[in-house]
Design a protein around this ligand. Structure first.
Ligand code: NAD
Length: 502
């Protein structure tokens, strides 16, 4: 750890537990063992608010992946996990949730230090969401069952279905909500009786490695959960072709997801793809403008805009356009830009220097293409990868800031007149992850909901997530669902059993 990061941790009084974790050598968790990369190499892990070096991690190799898959395979094919009674599996998942709760503050600090996000939001959203997801899915093992059927064909049969776990699941996770996204994939897979190999994003492996210590402490048998850190182009790509893996569940960008999907399907693996977005927001003329402005700003600037379903395209009915824009700018002015460990931080840094560069280049492109920058958009000099929230007005559909996912705090707006026009603008995108409507006119709201091509529709809210509700996109935002009972359907096979009776 370099002096910049040490001073940063001192300045914000980071706990001894977090320091101890960050200072020890980081290892992967494979088959219940803590191991270095098989080639002995390491990669640097940086802190985004200061740009300083935190520690080093092991870049997994395909040999490491082979060992992880073999361990997961052995547990699935004949190990203790497969033989565990459902109630016992529930107990183990609850035990893990208890440990996550006990160490929640520490996990929030690790997430804030590794990813740069607000420690307050990390605790309230990422870590609480992780705990809630494990609690929710802990309730499922005793409720998974098939059905008995009365066939109409001639003969006398007992016909019934069985729900069986798919097998070894590979989970590929992005950097924006590292622990929470991992939990979305892992909790349901474990509840279904699968075993798992997780590959966290290269930029944010630390909370997942701390989580693996809690998996061990919870007494989950060795090999049920395996963590292989390292490059997507090495480990992620090898997961899609690995013969020992039955399913790949991927969350990340659309281009990488398309590649993972193509490869995995070509060797007949099951696939879930949770991909990018460019979600529209419709502000109708009867909306409560002040509260809508708060929710819209939160829907795009939360996590510094590094959110897959961020409401980045805001269409405002013309009669309230100027008034709403003013409200929105007033809210944006109040958002505190600060290092992630500052408890009042709202806008933390971008995850990396590269991500800051990408976002800044989109802001420049917006200005060049003729959109009006009505608020923010500055890129302060370092330390840290900060970028001010930006609001653009009078954007047109062909602009790159309107068409492409930016994954930063950039909001584009334009006016509309009729609801037909609003729907056409909202759906004019290859993505279909989410959409939002701000209005108190129930008839208009219910008319709009079925017309929006999106996996989630929020009304007078944005990004309301609960483990009991499914999450997943339409169109180029992917297919399959995380969360809710729906997710379990993507993790289990249905076996049809026919028994001839005398
Ligand atoms: P990314 O696609 O670059 O990486 C995602 C994961 O894939 C990482 O673990 C990465 O190492 C791995 N990867 C990279 N190349 C790979 C390859 N060739 N084969 C297999 N795996 C590979 O995405 P990111 O930059 O980490 O995350 C941001 C993106 O994720 C955004 O597009 C965002 O919208 C999307 N996202 C979607 C959701 C959702 O639920 N729909 C949630 C969060 C983020």
């Amino acid at each position: 750890m370099d002096a910049t990061v040490r001073n940063y941790l001192d300045q914000y009084g980071v706990s001894d537990a977090t320091r101890r974790f960050l200072q020890k050598p980081q290892k992967m968790f494979i088959g219940g063992d803590w191991v270095d990369s098989s080639n002995g190499a390491t990669f640097d892990i940086f802190e985004p608010s200061t740009g300083g070096l935190i520690t080093q991690g092991p870049p997994g190799t395909t040999d490491d992946l082979d060992r992880a898959v073999a361990a997961a395979r052995a547990q699935f094919d004949g190990g203790e996990w497969r033989r565990l009674k459902p109630l016992e599996r529930e107990r183990m998942l609850h035990r893990l949730a208890d440990l996550l709760e006990t160490h929640a503050d520490e996990l929030a600090e690790i997430e804030a230090i590794d990813m740069g996000k607000s420690v307050t939001f990390a605790r309230e959203i990422d870590i609480q969401g992780t705990i809630d997801t494990f609690r929710y899915f802990a309730g499922w093992p005793t409720k998974l069952h098939g059905r008995t059927v009365e066939p109409s064909i001639p003969g006398n049969y007992l016909a019934y279905t069985r729900k069986e776990p798919l097998g070894v699941v590979a989970a590929i996770v992005p950097w924006n909500f590292p622990l929470q996204t991992m939990a979305w994939k892992l909790a349901a897979a474990l509840a279904a009786g699968c075993t798992v190999v997780v590959k966290p994003a290269e930029l944010t492996s630390l909370s997942t490695l701390r989580f693996a210590e809690l998996v061990e402490e919870a007494g989950i048998p060795a090999g049920v959960v395996n963590i292989v850190t390292g490059k997507g182009s090495v480990i992620g790509a090898a997961m899609s072709t690995h013969p020992g893996i039955n399913k790949v569940t991927f969350t990340g960008s659309t281009p990488v997801g398309q590649e993972v999907g193509r490869t995995a399907v070509s060797n007949l693996k099951h696939v879930t793809l949770e991909l990018g977005g460019k979600s529209p927001v419709l502000v109708l003329d009867d909306a409560d403008l002040a509260s809508a402005a708060r929710a819209v700003a939160n829907g795009v600037f939360f996590n510094s805009g590094q959110v897959c379903d961020a409401g980045t395209r805001v269409y405002i009915q013309r009669s309230v356009h100027d008034a709403f824009l003013e409200e929105l700018i007033a809210v944006a002015r109040e958002l505190k830009m600060a290092p992630g460990l500052d408890r009042d931080c709202y806008i933390g840094p971008m995850v990396s220097a590269q991500q800051k560069k990408v976002v800044a280049s989109y802001i420049e492109a917006g200005v060049r293409e003729g959109a009006k920058l009505v608020y923010g958009g500055a890129s302060p000099e370092g330390p840290g990868h900060f970028i001010e929230p930006a609001i653009f007005a009078h954007c047109t559909p062909e602009m790159s800031i309107v068409r492409e996912e930016i994954f930063g705090p950039v909001l584009v707006t334009s006016p509309f007149d009729t609801l037909e026009e609003a729907v056409a603008l909202a759906n004019d995108t290859p993505f279909g992850l989410a959409a939002a409507i701000y209005s108190n006119d129930l008839a208009r709201v219910h008319t709009l909901i079925p017309q929006l091509h999106a996996g989630s529709v929020y009304v007078n809210a944005h990004s309301t997530i609960d483990p009991s509700m499914p999450f997943g996109g339409f169109k180029d935002s992917g297919f399959g669902k995380d969360l809710g009972p729906e997710q379990l359907d993507y993790l289990m096979e249905t076996k049809a059993v026919w028994i001839t009776l005398p």
